[in-house]
Design a protein around this ligand. Sequence first.
Ligand code: LRH
Ligand code: MN
Length: 424
Amino acid sequence: MLPDKKIIADSNDRLLKSHNQHFSFLSGNISHLPSILDKLQAFQVAIPSWALGTGGTRFGRFPGGGEPRNLEEKMEDIALLHSLNRSSGAISLHIPWDIPSDYSKIKALASDYGLRFDAMNSNTFQDQAGQDLSYKFGSMQHVQKAIRKQAVDHNIEVIKYGKELGSSSLTVWLADGSCFPGQLNFRKAFQNTLESLQMVYERLPADWKMFVEYKAFEPNFYSTTIGDWGQSLLYTSKLGAKAFTLVDLGHHLPNANIEQIVSLLLMEGKLGGFHFNDSKYGDDDLTVGSIKPYQLFLIFNELVEGMDARNMNHTKDLAWMIDASHNVKDPLEDLLQSVEAIMISYAQALLVDKVKLEAARMENDVVAAQEELQNAFRTDVRPIVAEARLLSGGALDPLSIYRDQKIRQQLINTRGSEIMATGL
Ligand code: LRH
Ligand code: MN
């Protein structure tokens, strides 16, 4: 289903004149534009294998048709996104939803598509068919040693799959917690979870990372055993140098200052990466930058400042992943919009004059500091992001090609309209 290069070239030719007008207007007054373009071209966002179908809630799920029927078709869909925006060159698998049937075939497909395997995700928040023991009352926190062992063994198995595929990180998100006061001994739950994570940590290959993802609530609604960044940092500090905290933007209590959390985790060298999405209330898993675009910019501003302060490689040293659910939009259009929003916020953060900003701060010149940030945020950098795509062989306007080529209808013709992809 990949649009051939001619379709992309023809579309770009039609858009080139107006693009160059916008781009040349911008490039006129941005001295370090070449380095910004280099950084944007190198920046790759991993697409979640569980978000290529239509998502839903307990109230309903309304599949849109043409959804991927297996891992091969999920990789085909991500390759489609990557052929259009050249910034989606990685897939993050969720086990057991995406257990590869034939490793060599999947690895060959990945190299054909120019995709790499980002973090592997374990799943001890659902009971699988034929599973011996239930995770109803948690997994690694569980009062019963046998259930904790089952969860540890599952994570070790996920590492095995990842090693075969060439992944080098494991994301552990635990739904563990409690729904009512009195239900849980918080200290024992913490110690059981730490002991279990340590047993997984010991089985990590030398060059692997473990990401400990925190979440304030859902599916437990009184306490969550890895409930916020402080608790995740407590675990990752006790686990060791290969353990890092993963920030899912939707996993915070309302009005949490996520950019400050990111700044401090980065300062401590314990920030592992992100699950990008947006939300208005809870873990809404909405399109990135669709509700709080200024917050996303402020997060990238702290990321660029903090990574440069530690001479980190923007592309390689943190895990950039999307974690979204598409209840009312075409999953592929939604993902194209999410990647675009991430690239826009990154480009705007690269525009911030860090020296002028710091000078204003040293003078407590609040207005000057604010103006430095807002000038960058209010700069329409879309022509710069489009130019980076063009230089990488992508489309100036990915969404218009996806629509003009009626790709969703092509997928429905091939895959049918009833199929529902594995995932949430
Ligand atoms: C939990 C979460 C986690 C995934 C799941 C699909 O809310 O963010 O990252 O395992 O979504
Ligand atoms: Mn997540």
